[in-house]
Design a binder for this molecule. Structure first.
Ligand SMILES: *[C@@H]1O[C@H](CO)[C@@H](O)[C@H](O)[C@H]1NC(C)=O
Ligand SMILES: *[C@@H]1O[C@H](CO)[C@@H](O)[C@H](O)[C@H]1NC(C)=O
Length: 396
């Protein structure tokens, strides 16, 4: 018995000591100065290169202070797990024309990445937002995303902040088993295209206990998002937690397995949303569940829109060919800032299937009267208390 617990304690100690004893590669050792103006990209790349080559767990440390950083790509594969500990603030160049690529700090092809430290990635996006003309110009230049994770697996990103990105704050592509926890996103409501965390073509991504204040979708899930959990996230300002938009491009992969639970959406344009383009390529999105969501003054608390067509960049009359099935909206309560609090507008070519609506309590306090709802091309299964009544108005 005593022996057993001794062995247990030893194993526990060993498993913790791997991170305690990680060899530390401090950027200051490589010449980085936290003076807010000297570019540390060479120092960071050197520290990363050595950490990544270490055969035992390693840590790249950016200590307290403000460090100027032009764009960097931190590449794997690495020989052992690597931690990126950001204690201070990294500051991007404000001028977007100084960027050669669409990423500011890019992590790619890394298995076993941890990010921590309480620090901030400051994208200094203000100038770029003023130059963003993507709403009108379809060939607009893609501005840099603060943090890109390309083909990163078994990763934990926690206790860091991304601030004022020029474009998406975080982009996740090709991830497997990646968790964001106590992760902070911050930008003003009028910052353009600053999606908080965008995920595409990834399997097993969790966003937990995080807060996202930004100018576009708090979380957006693009094609090929599979087994995505969003739990305990506070969102707003922003455009809500969105699946899509889907169907704009050729060869999109299915969306499958989206679980959004215990989230709070405050003062946002949308709450929970699924959006697909009209006149789309064929595709599927299924097994998407939104449950236990608090809405506080949200313009469109629940919205499934298969005719998503901002700035008339599409043939609006031609129905979407993205087939949506197995969707549930449950235990959604709070206040709506518009009268139509629940919209489930499916495609007339491929009506939605297996949609469930249960326990909705959304209040609207406008002059037009109480909250209402709209449906198109869907026959949802209803249960529990429904305020507003589901599909009060059926449109086509
Ligand atoms: C997922 O990644 C975390 C963080 O690196 C790791 O601790 C965990 O073991 C991984 N899970 C699986 C199933 O590989
Ligand atoms: C729900 O999320 C909040 C944070 O927004 C957290 O404090 C609370 O513990 C969570 N509750 C459950 C049941 O997960």
């Amino acid at each position: 018995m005593a022996m057993k617990s001794y062995v247990g304690a030893l194993l526990l100690l060993l498993s913790f000591s791997s991170s305690i004893n990680a060899q530390v590669f401090n950027v200051a050792t490589y010449g980085a100065k936290g003076d807010g103006s000297s570019d540390i990209s060479q120092a960071l790349l050197s520290a990363w290169k050595e950490a990544c080559a270490s055969t035992t767990p390693a840590k790249v440390l950016i200590p307290g202070g403000t460090f100027a950083l032009t764009e960097v790509a931190l590449d794997g594969p690495c020989k052992a797990p690597v931690e990126f500990e950001l204690q201070g603030t990294l500051k991007a160049p404000a001028d977007p024309s100084l960027f050669k690529t669409d990423g500011w700090v890019v992590f790619q092809h890394i298995d076993g990445l941890t990010m921590s430290g309480g620090g901030t990635f400051d994208g200094q996006g203000k100038t770029a937002w003023g130059q963003n003309d993507c709403a009108k110009n379809t060939n607009c230049r893609t501005l840099p995303t603060n943090l890109r994770f390309n083909f990163v697996t078994n990763a934990l990103i926690h206790d860091v902040t991304t601030l004022d990105s020029k474009y998406f704050q975080v982009n996740v592509l090709g991830a497997k088993n990646m968790t964001f926890q106590n992760f902070h996103v911050n930008a003003p409501a009028d910052s353009i295209n600053t999606d908080g965390i965008h995920i595409g073509r990834s399997d097993g991504v969790n966003i937990l206990d995080s807060d996202i204040k930004t100018g576009d979708d708090c979380v957006s899930l693009g094609d090929g998002s599979r087994q995505i959990t969003v739990k305990g996230v506070t969102c707003g300002p922003g455009h809500g937690i969105s699946v899509g938009s889907l169907g704009k491009y050729e060869n999109e992969e299915p969306v499958e397995g989206v679980f959004v639970t215990n989230c709070t959406i405050i003062g946002a344009d949308n709450g929970v949303r699924i959006k697909t383009w009209p006149a789309s390529k064929p595709g599927t999105a299924s097994d998407m569940h939104f449950e236990d969501i608090q809405m506080d003054n949200v313009l469109n608390p629940v919205i499934l829109d298969q005719g998503y067509c901002p700035f008339n960049q599409c043939k609006a009359g031609v129905p979407s060919l993205i087939k949506i099935s197995k969707v549930s909206f449950k235990k959604i309560r709070g206040t709506s800032a518009s009268q139509v609090a629940v919209k489930v507008l499916c495609s007339r070519s491929v009506p939605c299937e297996e949609v469930e609506i249960a326990d909705i309590d959304l209040v609207y306090n406008g002059p037009e009267g109480p909250a209402t709802s709209e449906c198109a091309n869907v026959k949802p299964v209803l249960s529990g208390k429904l305020n507003p009544a589901a599909c009060a108005k059926v449109v086509s």
